[in-house]
Design a protein around this ligand. Structure first.
Ligand SMILES: NC(=O)C1=CN([C@@H]2O[C@H](COP(=O)(O)OP(=O)(O)OC[C@H]3O[C@@H](n4cnc5c(N)ncnc54)[C@H](OP(=O)(O)O)[C@@H]3O)[C@@H](O)[C@H]2O)C=CC1
Ligand SMILES: O=C(O)C1=N[C@H](C(=O)O)C[C@H](O)C1
Length: 266
């Protein structure tokens, strides 16, 4: 599989290079960075401080994607939208790990997914995707007298909150309860907030140090608290998931897929 790695100098970009380099059935054909980045025009191997690998780092998406089967994208919403159009134009699959996407952004990706396979997930790990099914089941089983809170913790450089994973878990809880998440969310409590709204799903975010990603879904009810927890200890986990998703798109019909489809959890 011929791959393009987007945002290659980032935390996940570097992980993706390592994961793809260890995969005998994957070959990185190009890497991208934003216009003006000091890696543009350099060889990827050299930019990473090693031997040249004959892989260009470019901001020319059409050129990067010309010969690619898939692009793996853990960047930022604006970059993901540009890549979405370029991937659809080139006929390459788009694997989207970027979080912080708005509903309008997702509508743009939906349009591209009519032409190419797109796999998008706020978390590409097996554990979190399994956890969504557990959360849905527990939320469906427990009544409204169990308050649901999603608490997430990440490193100090994360720019979006709540995390994409927290929103996936909140969505699973809302699905289990049969309610619309947007109309039943509490985000960012501060000051005299009043008592907790019954049936709402709360979100809280912790930022600090180098925490890779921790998520608790708390069901607090009369006389007991049930907590479902996932802890990521190495972000190589997400890169392996993304690579698996890229392979899964080979020969796949256009569509907007989730990681649960890739993992056979749907
Ligand atoms: N779904 C999942 O499993 C996971 C998702 N994520 C998500 O992935 C995203 C990236 O995370 P992380 O790697 O930690 O962030 P980083 O900031 O370390 O990396 C993002 C990279 O994208 C680059 N970038 C920004 N704009 C463009 C552009 N127009 N074209 C190409 N590259 C661009 C950035 O460059 P510059 O710094 O110069 O702006 C940077 O190199 C986040 O949204 C995060 O939440 C992270 C881990 C797992
Ligand atoms: O930015 C990160 O680091 C992570 N982002 C994803 C998210 O927003 O949930 C996935 C993971 O938790 C790491």
């Amino acid at each position: 599989m011929k791959l393009v790695i987007a945002g290659v100098s980032g935390r996940m970009g570097r992980m993706l290079v390592a994961a793809a380099s260890d995969d005998p059935s994957a070959r990185i054909v190009a890497a991208t960075e934003r216009e003006g980045h000091d890696w543009i025009g350099r060889d990827l191997g050299a930019a990473l401080g090693g031997a040249p690998r004959g892989i260009p780092v470019t901001d020319d998406l059409a050129a990067a994607l010309r010969d690619a089967d898939a692009v793996i994208d853990f960047t930022a919403p604006a970059a993901t939208l540009t890549l979405s159009a370029a991937a659809a134009q080139a006929g390459a699959a788009h694997i989207v790990g970027t979080t912080g996407l708005s509903d309008d952004d997702i509508a743009v990706i939906d349009a591209a997914a009519r032409r190419i396979p797109v796999v998008r997930a706020g978390n590409m790990s097996l554990g979190v995707n399994l956890l969504t099914a557990l959360v849905r089941r527990v939320a469906a089983t427990l009544g409204d007298d169990y308050d649901i809170e999603v608490v997430e913790a990440h490193h100090r450089r994360k720019v979006d909150a709540p995390s994409g994973t927290a929103l996936m878990l909140g969505q699973a809880a809302a699905d289990g309860r049969g309610v619309d998440l947007a109309g039943h969310s509490d985000r960012g409590r501060d000051g005299i907030t009043g008592a907790r709204a019954p049936g709402h799903i709360g979100f809280a975010s912790v930022r600090g140090g180098d925490i890779v990603g921790e998520h608790d879904v708390i069901f607090a009810g009369p006389g007991e608290v049930l907590t479902l927890r996932h802890v990521a200890t190495d972000r190589a986990l997400f890169a392996r998931g993304a690579l698996r998703a890229a392979h899964w798109t080979a020969g796949r019909a256009p569509g907007h897929y989730a990681m649960t489809d890739v993992l056979g959890l749907t």
